[in-house]
Design a protein around this ligand. Structure first.
Ligand code: B1M
Length: 233
């Protein structure tokens, strides 16, 4: 870090400059600065969701673009991801503290061969905030992990995340196995991740593709409402 950057006092920046500075700090993997930025924005009355989407996810988009273009490499992106997680850990309890009534239960995990977990964690946080109980299986899950969790946790929803074009087909392996075992229709299956789209979701037999965490929450709520209507009918 240069002397000039050393002198930046985050709390003295206006909101716009602070968010720009947080983009730079996320890019540079500066976890403590990101945590400080998050706290300042919250103190200024920003809603946790706004901090998450505008300051953190916005910054990660820049990291992603430069990673794609070969300007950033894995070690730098890992640092950025670590800084992002620092910010997310401050927001997590706030997003979960909405006092929303219990909506249902979801098991979620990133599929086999894939270690990306930021998006999945964000979905988990937002689902918890909306009143869902979430069982997070973590990353790199073979089909057996999902099946075991379905049996022991008995969730309403199975969520799967994949960030690589090479790992997204594995979602179909999980769904096909559920079909083979005659349990597919016992659950709502929601899928998400940057390389997916609606067409892919349909093609693999998922109930819905969710573009982002907010869509995941809304879709989950819609399916729960339908389920309750069916039970009530
Ligand atoms: Co990786 N990586 N990465 N990476 N990485 C991508 C995905 C990539 C697009 C970068 C690029 O080239 N532009 C590219 C994939 C290319 C492709 O397949 N077409 C890529 C690559 C190639 C790789 C490696 C192969 C690199 C290498 O080793 N040479 C390697 C693979 C490792 C592996 O998994 N086996 C790798 C490694 C890594 C790091 C470990 C360094 C790190 C991950 C750290 C971590 O997650 N703990 C990393 C990161 C951070 C990224 C980028 C930069 C950012 C991903 C992210 O966190 N985004 C990413 C570039 C990009 O996506 N633009 C990239 C922020 C997050 C909030 O968004 O995850 O999309 P996202 O989640 C969203 C939605 O997609 C949706 O909601 C979320 C919140 O709104 N969603 C769901 C996600 N999951 C859902 C589940 C649901 C519902 C919605 O269930 C109901």
């Amino acid at each position: 870090m240069s002397d000039e950057e050393d002198e930046i006092i985050l709390s003295e920046l206006n909101d716009e400059d602070l968010v720009q500075q947080m983009f730079d700090d996320l890019y540079d993997g500066l976890k403590e600065e990101i945590e400080e930025g998050v706290r300042i924005l919250l103190d200024r009355g920003w809603a946790p969701y706004k901090v998450l989407t505008e300051a953190l996810v916005g910054g990660m988009k820049i990291v992603g673009d430069d990673f794609r273009d070969g300007i950033l490499f894995v070690p730098e992106v890992l640092l950025a991801a670590n800084a992002m997680k620092g910010g997310m850990s401050i927001l997590k309890p706030l997003l979960a503290e909405t006092g929303a009534p219990r909506m249902g239960k979801m098991v979620i995990g990133t599929v086999k061969g894939d270690i990306h977990d930021i998006g999945k964690n964000l979905v988990s946080m937002m689902m918890e905030g909306a009143g869902f109980e979430v069982v997070d299986l973590g990353i790199n899950n073979p089909v057996e992990n999902y099946l075991e969790a379905l049996e022991t946790e008995k969730p309403d929803i199975l969520g799967m995340s994949a960030l690589l074009t090479t790992t997204m087909p594995y979602m179909k392996v999980v769904i096909d196995t559920m079909v083979e075992q005659g349990i597919r229709d016992d659950y709502t299956v929601l899928v998400g991740g940057a390389p997916l789209n609606e067409e892919f979701g349909k093609a693999i037999g998922a109930d819905a593709y969710c573009r982002d965490a907010a869509v995941a929450v809304q879709t989950a709520k819609d399916y729960m409402a339908r389920k309750h209507n069916q039970v009530g009918a």
